[in-house]
Design a protein around this ligand. Structure first.
Ligand SMILES: *Cc1c(COP(=O)(O)O)cnc(C)c1O
Length: 495
């Protein structure tokens, strides 16, 4: 028998070996004999065997199709992964992105034959500028983290051209997403941490202490609302001091779903911000599609943005080159960025309109607060005196006394067909569970999640905790050693 199902009660749930483990001695694939008497004319070293599995086409096809069915996605069920904004991807977006005029153009086509696509990008730049209040927009970065890099390089270029190269420090709270300090380090900056443990926020007092006289500070990187799900109430005052000291405010825009349509980040002092189109603006995420992380900057930083931005000229729309804007820090990405994502994001914006986008963030915030209020008695809420924004933060403090921890709770959700929330992040809160329902979930779905979480809490109170350490029990794999899997991945049979 070629395939074994995992267990008889789930008949079509296949165990899926690696391609190499499928391989049979007689093989099935085609190997062409090596060509005789031909030398390589391009001067590269002779090819070695690369060891592809020797299989027939249907075997390979089934392998990948079966693997694809094992991927839990937003189209399967509730996916409340905090900080990731796993919202429904409207099918209208997909329909628009597949229009042949958009789907079949080539980036090397002359601009005069792709005016529609360029106009679409120009329009998207305008929407993003309007929604953030930051009107210099470059669409090219390929993800949020790439946007961070683009943003900091823009700031760095501005300092360099203004005789401020001695500014070497980036201020960043300890609750930051890992990409923030990583980006600062990649840009050659030194990190100075703003502690936030007590309130979950950047206080003016802690900010002042980190800023010092500010002479060596290039800027700060802050997420607002932050990764504790809280709006940074003192951020405008911090931004004012930062500006007076000559620094720029980089806002990590991953949490823009809490603000979109209601608050313009420029109004609380932001100079640069990346937008995750694949979060706030519903383009597919993770395994579902490439990311896209446009950056928006204030007028003062516009000259230093990467190229190309789309500009409108007398002859029509065009992608800039470095000759058009020599103050730019340069090019960051091939061509114009993830065009298919631009189509999807603009479709989403236009189908919601101004009022619709405002309601997006209001509903996202309402849903998160509904969860926080419903689970507040059963789970510890670290910053309980505040309403949350679009995600709520709980911890395992109460359950831990009975030996049930965040990982047990997360793995138990899997048994109920719910994707776990973000766990153990942000790091400033012990046993964190960061839950982001988004605006696209129904009340029924959210109520079911609340009921499951309440059941876990009540079973724990009743001392029925043994089950939690075993979960998940009905998945193809049980609990993996995730650290080892990440550090020493086994990608090939026998290695
Ligand atoms: C998702 C996220 C990022 C990085 O975005 P990618 O598109 O995954 O690179 C940065 N900061 C925060 C707070 C995020 O949630």
């Amino acid at each position: 028998m070629e395939q074994n199902t995992i267990d008889a009660s789930r008949a079509l749930n296949y165990e899926e070996p690696l391609l190499w483990e499928h391989e049979q001695a007689d093989g099935g694939g085609v190997d062409f004999p090596a060509p005789k008497n031909t030398s390589l004319r391009t001067g590269q070293p002779a090819r070695e065997k690369i060891g592809l599995a020797n299989l027939k086409e249907p075997q390979v096809l089934r392998h990948f199709v079966r693997l694809s069915t094992k991927n839990f996605s937003i189209d399967h069920g509730f996916f409340p992964l905090g900080s990731c904004t796993m919202k429904h991807n409207p099918r209208l977006n997909e329909k628009m992105a597949r229009l042949s005029g958009f789907a079949n153009i080539h980036p090397l086509q002359p601009a005069c034959t792709s005016q529609g696509a360029l106009e679409l990008m120009y329009e998207l730049q305008s929407w993003l500028g309007e929604l953030t209040g930051l009107h210099g927009v470059c669409l090219t970065p390929a993800a949020g983290a790439h946007g961070e890099l683009a943003g900091l390089m823009t700031i760095k270029r501005a300092h360099e051209l203004n005789g401020q190269s001695h500014r070497k420090v980036i201020l960043c709270p300890d609750s930051a997403h890992g990409t923030n300090p990583a980006t600062a380090a990649m840009c050659g900056y030194e990190l100075r941490v703003i502690p936030t443990k007590e309130t979950g926020c950047v206080t003016l007092e802690n900010f002042k202490a980190a800023l010092g006289d500010g002479k060596d500070v290039a800027g700060m990187m802050v997420t607002n609302p932050n990764t504790c799900g809280l709006f940074e109430t003192e951020i405008a005052a911090c931004a004012k001091l930062l500006h007076e000291a000559g620094g720029y405010f980089y806002c990590d825009g991953a949490n823009f779903n809490a603000l979109v349509g209601n608050v313009k980040p420029a109004d609380f002092g932001v100079d640069v911000m990346h937008i995750n189109l694949h979060k706030t603006f519903s383009t597919p995420h993770g395994g579902g599609g490439p990311g896209s992380g446009p950056i928006c900057v204030a007028e003062t930083l516009k000259p230093y943005l990467p190229v190309p931005c789309v500009v409108k000229t007398e002859e029509g729309y065009k992608l800039e080159t470095i000759d058009d804007r020599p103050t730019s820090f340069g090019k960051l990405k091939g061509f114009q960025g993830q065009f298919g994502m631009f189509v999807r994001a603009l479709t989403y914006m236009m189908s919601h309109g101004r009022e619709g986008l405002k309601q997006v963030s209001e509903d996202a915030v309402l849903n998160a607060n509904y969860i926080q209020a419903s689970l507040g008695g059963d789970y510890h809420v670290p910053f309980a005196n505040r309403t949350c924004m679009h995600e709520c933060l709980l911890t395992d403090k109460i359950q831990k006394e009975a030996g049930v921890t965040t990982i047990d709770i997360a793995k138990t959700l899997v048994e109920y067909g719910i994707h776990p929330m973000t766990v153990y992040f942000p790091l400033v809160v012990q046993g964190a569970m960061l839950i982001e329902p988004t605006e696209t979930e129904s009340k029924e779905t959210i109520d079911r999640f609340i009921a499951v979480m309440k059941k876990i809490a009540s079973d724990t109170r009743a001392g029925e905790t043994g089950q939690f350490h075993e979960n998940p029990i009905s998945t193809p794999r049980r609990r993996l050693d995730e650290v080892r899997a990440a550090r020493q991945p086994v990608l090939k049979a026998g290695s």
